[in-house]
Design a protein around this ligand. Structure first.
Ligand code: SF4
Length: 439
């Protein structure tokens, strides 16, 4: 039911260019590995790619490498190897796939990644901190934890000008100033504030486009599937942050989505149900999982994943290039907080998406090996129901481990969900019986 590629050369361009850029990006990592160049290992929530690029450090995203092993149906080999090595079946599958990749000298189904010379990460997920300690032990590298203060309560994000925000911003900025000499030492490159400005300018273009693309999915029919197409765009938002190619990719993507919106071109021939997705995708059966919904005419118009896994880039915060380090701290604070709120306090963002994207239902997808995102989703579902009278589905599987993914069970639950949606719509279409005369 997917839309064919080809209309004026625009439709489908984002997916094709995304696949090509991703391959090129990975080839560059392979070349760095061959040359023994130092690299920086980072995570998607607060990657600081703009800063790391100014030190000529190739940026490696182990979360993205790990999910690619699942999409390419090789994750079980990596998980088995890490479990044989001593890691528990219970912990984050991304960590285990990465451990196995490191044990294989960086070999992955897509190519080879370079060894780390440093790891730079935030506290957005507690697993990040323990994960980096593995590289610290394996390679004896410096690891730098950036402590980003979260919001103090749901809906408690503060903004520039607010006294609390300025305290937190200065705290983050001081850590960035400590990080710079460490990066100079590791890379052998002097910090150049003009290169940082340039990279931040590219990020401004990228996040501006990302925010517009997400908003364009309010079109009816929706212009991209947030679960499948959206994951390609998300990869671009992370891997090409701070790069000219990232900014131009999103400029083109806005053009494509605007074109589709103007011409009524959707992702399905008939869009019957507009859904929201909460959690991390089921990568072991990535395409099939989506088909279980599209076969019923259901498409995902929005997802909390696109928000938190882009490190809050969805928010569209643009840097002030006149005060780069201060503004980098500000952007990191706003973005990482938004990412954390999309994991821990989803109700507000979800209510916003339900209203803005005219959703018919919400799919909650807690998974075994990511407790950070999955814990509390049952409460989140109840909280959403208190705010909006909307059908929801709660299905469990995993992002990496095919041993806990049962396609047959998922299909049963998803089929029943659509039956419920259809019967609810049918009931709503029946005119209410006329009130009896009262006099
Ligand atoms: S957010 Fe979940 S999937 Fe990502 S590193 Fe943390 S535990 Fe693993």
């Amino acid at each position: 039911m997917s839309e064919a590629v080809g209309t004026d050369g625009i439709v489908g361009r984002g997916n094709n260019d995304g696949a090509r850029l991703f391959r090129e990006w990975f080839q560059e990592l392979g070349a760095a590995a061959e040359a023994g160049r130092p690299s920086a290992y980072v995570f998607v929530m607060g990657s600081l790619a703009e800063l790391l690029r100014t030190f000529d450090l190739p940026v490696v995203f182990p979360e993205i490498n790990s999910l690619q092993t699942a999409v390419r149906r090789a994750a079980h080999e990596y998980l088995d190897q890490a479990e044989d090595y001593g890691y528990s079946p219970d912990i984050c599958g991304y960590v285990k796939a990465d451990v196995a990749a490191q044990l294989r000298g960086g070999e992955l189904p897509m190519g080879r990644i370079p060894k780390p010379a440093i790891a730079v990460y935030t506290n957005a997920c507690n697993t990040y901190i323990k994960w980096a300690e593995i590289w610290e032990r394996m390679y004896g590298i410096p690891v730098f934890t950036l402590d980003v203060p979260g919001t103090r309560s749901e809906g408690g994000q503060t903004w520039p000008g607010d006294a609390d925000f300025e305290h937190d911003r200065r705290y983050v900025e001081a850590q960035l100033r400590e990080l710079i000499p460490v990066l100079e030492r590791v890379s052998g490159v002097r910090f150049d504030v003009d290169r940082l400005r340039e990279a931040m300018g590219h990020t401004n273009g990228l996040v501006r486009g990302w925010k517009q693309v997400l908003a364009l999915n309010a079109s009816r029919p929706s212009v991209f599937n947030a679960l499948t197409d959206g994951t390609i765009y998300l990869g671009m938002a992370n891997c090409f942050r701070g790069a000219a190619a990232g900014a131009s990719y999103f400029t083109d993507l806005v053009e494509e989505m605007t074109y589709k919106s103007a011409h009524g071109i959707g992702t399905l021939t008939e869009e019957a149900w507009r859904l929201l997705f909460v959690g991390v995708p089921c990568y072991p059966i990535f395409r099939r999982f989506s088909e279980l919904f599209t076969e019923h005419g259901g498409t995902f118009v929005g997802s909390t994943y696109l928000n938190f896994a882009s490190g809050g880039a969805n928010f569209g915060h643009e840097y002030d290039l006149a005060r780069p380090l201060e503004s980098l701290a500000e952007g990191l604070l706003i973005g990482v907080r938004d990412a954390m709120d999309n994991m821990f306090h989803q109700t507000g963002p979800l209510v916003g998406m339900v209203d803005d994207l005219a959703a018919d239902g919400v799919v909650f997808h807690p998974i075994k090996s990511c407790r950070t995102v999955s814990t509390g989703l049952a409460d989140s579902r109840r909280a959403l129901q208190a705010e909006r009278d909307l059908p929801s589905l709660f299905i469990e599987s995993d992002m990496m481990d095919r041993r806990v993914v049962s396609e047959a069970q998922l299909k049963n639950r998803i089929d029943a969900f659509f039956e419920g949606l259809a019967s609810r719509r049918a009931q709503a279409a029946v005119p209410r019986a006329a009130a009896p005369p009262t006099a």
